[in-house]
Design a protein around this ligand. Structure first.
Ligand code: CTP
Ligand code: MG
Length: 359
């Protein structure tokens, strides 16, 4: 019966989709964890206000973008609504002293980092069995906006988008290809790859391009620019959910297999830039080539910077994958290929395939 292989493929993909969903659900943060984190944020905000009365402490990153896993760290950003304010360096030092005195946090100030931050951690407790890790930065308004953009993408099609992103986050951590410090890609980079794939590679697309949709009302330059960067995007998700429906009905399992296949062999790593704002761009058009005459680069690290190119959605002259080295990219592509291979053999049990993928 020639329809036999097709039926068995469909059965495998349906099983895989369900298993991915179940796998991710059990890794979501608990209600208690979210409550403790919110309490921590409020406590820290109260303390910072004793130094800067007009400040707000806002969550960004995974705790605020809809892609949070159990025990993920907390990214906090302090905004100060006044003209006269302390420098980030002074704030980091003063806040660290205060937190050392007043709280049980372990405190590590990094006042002279490129972006000054305070690193905090809290020992495990019953509500937070693995403790808590938290970074506090200052005035990082672009990060707050890109967090809101990712959140909107997560909300358009929560089941498919969140399951895919969360699975990839677990997978890349377990496969050890999620360390910008060691030459691989940040979580933020992987999230952008998934959104790029769903907006620009899949046809018909699973997600609309929120940065290219016509605005509902005229917008003024001042409202949408942070520094020279245009941060506008269509953010009325309620309305979008009423008016926009994807013609793409691929299941989660199908999308995951296609994602791995695309980044194993179709994406043009040598010449291409993945941009969620504008689709596939050329490295050349951004001046991000890495195959130029070595003499043009002052040092070899500059040349290493553009092996893998992912454009930041707002800071468009920033390559989110700039930390990925030659070896790092080799490892990442190797993992995409391994995943493609494992899924194409269609193991009998999908749950086994998922466990094996993340081994
Ligand atoms: N960010 C950024 N530019 C980068 C890296 C990160 O603007 N090159 C900001 C983004 O707002 C991102 C946040 O920092 O959402 C946190 O980045 P990251 O820790 O990589 O992502 P998370 O979603 O928080 O993942 P994890 O759960 O692994 O911490
Ligand atoms: Mg984070």
């Amino acid at each position: 019966d020639p329809s036999q292989p097709r039926a068995s493929k469909q059965r495998f993909i349906a099983g895989l989709s369900q298993c991915l969903f179940d796998f991710v659900v059990q890794l979501l943060p608990t209600v208690e964890e979210l409550a403790v984190k919110e309490d921590v944020r409020k406590l820290l905000e109260r303390l910072i206000r004793t130094i800067e009365p007009n400040s707000r402490l806002l969550s960004f990153g995974s705790t605020a973008n809809g892609f949070s896993l159990r025990n993920s760290d907390m990214d906090l950003c302090c905004l100060i609504d006044s003209e006269e304010r302390l420098s980030a360096t002074d704030l980091v030092t003063m806040l660290s002293d205060l937190l050392e005195r007043e709280t049980k946090f372990h405190v590590k100030p990094l006042p002279h980092a490129r972006i000054p931050i305070v690193k905090l951690s809290l020992d495990p407790s019953p509500a937070l069995p693995l403790g808590i890790a938290c970074d506090i930065g200052f005035e990082n308004r672009l990060a707050l906006e890109n967090t809101r953009l990712l959140y909107c993408y997560a909300m358009i099609d929560p089941t498919r988008v969140r399951t895919l992103v969360l699975f990839l986050k677990v997978w890349c951590k377990r496969r050890k290809i999620n360390s910008p410090y060691k030459g691989t890609l940040s979580s933020y980079g992987y999230v952008l790859l998934v959104i790029y794939f769903l907006v620009h590679v899949k046809n018909p697309p699973v997600l609309p391009n929120l940065q290219q949709m016509p605005p509902l009302r005229p917008i003024s330059h001042g409202d949408i620019h942070i520094a020279e960067y245009n941060t506008w995007f269509f953010d009325d998700i309620e309305l979008l959910r009423l008016r926009w429906r994807s013609a793409n009905t691929d299941s989660i399992g199908q999308l995951l297999m296609d994602f791995f296949k695309y980044f194993s062999r179709d994406f043009s790593y040598n010449t291409g830039v993945a941009s969620i704002r504008a689709g596939l761009l050329k490295k050349e058009s951004k001046g991000w080539q890495n195959d130029l005459d070595p003499a043009r680069y002052k040092d070899a690290r500059e040349r290493e910077r553009n092996r893998f190119c992912i454009e930041d959605p707002f800071e468009t002259d920033f390559n989110v994958a700039r930390c990925v080295t030659r070896d790092g990219l080799y490892a990442i592509r190797g993992e995409f290929m391994r995943a493609t291979r494992m899924l194409s053999t269609r193991p009998e049990r999908a749950s086994y395939a998922i466990a094996q993928l993340c081994e």
